[in-house]
Structure formats: C-alpha cells, structure tokens
Design a protein. Structure first.
Length: 82
C-alpha cells in the first residue's frame, strides 16, 4: 500500500488506516524501531506480571488471600517420609 508522508507540526508522519491497526492489535501506544533500514511499528508488550505485587498486597490487606480449596490429604500421608 502506498501512503503519503505528511507534515505534522515539526515532524512528519503517515496515517495508518484503522483496519490495519486492528489487524495487528495496535492501540494506545506502540513500539517504534528502525531495524536494518526498515521502520517497524509493533504492539507495545508489557510484562504480563506487571502490577502483580501491588495486587497481592491489596488482596492480602483485604483478607481475601485464604486458600480457595480447604486443605486435604490422602489416607496414609502422615506415614510418608519427605
């Protein structure tokens, strides 16, 4: 697809059609790099565990961190040597 490079303030840019953005999952922010003379725009991938520590502290503070399943054992487990 041929696109025009347009002046945007003190910079230049390309308008990317909405269907193309949706096809690659781009919204909000993107990772922009130049690699081997090619401009790459990719979805910005955050660490999937980002925020887990804060959420765990919040849940613990609310007292909602009890096991969902009660403790259970098999018959004879007390005779096993670990």
């Amino acid at each position: 697809m041929e696109v025009a490079i347009r002046k945007m303030g003190n910079s230049q840019g390309v308008l990317i059609p909405k269907p193309i953005l949706a096809q690659v999952g781009l919204e909000g922010t993107a990772d922009l790099q130049v690699r081997d003379g090619v401009i790459e725009i990719r979805p910005f991938r955050r660490n999937p565990r980002e925020g887990w520590a804060e959420d765990a502290r919040r849940v613990a503070g609310q007292g909602d961190d009890a096991p969902v399943w009660p403790e259970f054992a098999n018959e004879g487990d007390d005779k096993l040597a670990w």
